[in-house]
Design a protein around this ligand. Sequence first.
Ligand SMILES: *Cc1c(COP(=O)(O)O)cnc(C)c1O
Length: 245
Amino acid sequence: MTREMTIAEKLKELQTEINGICASVGRDPKEVKVLLATKTVEPARIMEAINAGYRLLGENKVQELKAKAEPLAAANPEWHFIGHLQTNKVKDVLPHIKVLHSLDRLSLAEELHKKLSQQGKTLEVLVQVNSSNEESKFGLPPEEIIPFTKQLKDFPTLKVKGLMTLALFASEEEKVRPCFKIMKSLFDQLKAENLPHAEMKELSMGMSGDYKTAIEEGATILRVGTKIFGHRQYPDTHYWPPKNS
Ligand SMILES: *Cc1c(COP(=O)(O)O)cnc(C)c1O
């Protein structure tokens, strides 16, 4: 007789796999964190993951994050925002998040800095890279990443911690790997710049379909949803609408 694995069992299996991939490429598994992408997942099921020891959570929509933050507050998760952030939602998201993974434009940096300054706070941010150069995806093209990151020194409330990408073709390794290599190269170049405002510690890349390749290419944060929580009811275009819609 077979039964569905529990969330805790799936996490254990994932961790074992991560440890194995790290061993195969000589990386320390402690360098690779799992961020659970919890869009559409209800708080009770997220609680199962938190109880299994996973407290890094990522949401794509401000409303959904706000709705889950309260019922999960007692468990003290660390929220990351991983969706496209509209400028007019900045004030709503700031009270909840430790890290923004999707900084992709100066106007957003300006608004974040304005609100953070008023509150006397800082925010950890990752610059989002359009590593596959696809028209419909958010993120800055690779050639703009270094100048953009340098410009962020004008916004001292933003603590740049690294880069993030949403790779396409998750099932096609030969297309995904070059995207991750571009990411690692940009990451290393920025690290070598030793910018005081950009510490470059995190490389957020790899999802359920491509985390193995991401670890091999240097990811430090994997963003995993379906692999742990099962398939979502909504298509991903609901969460990542085409740029011009
Ligand atoms: C949904 C989502 C993920 C996780 O995707 P899965 O394929 O379900 O693992 C990762 N990153 C972002 C930005 C997402 O929106």
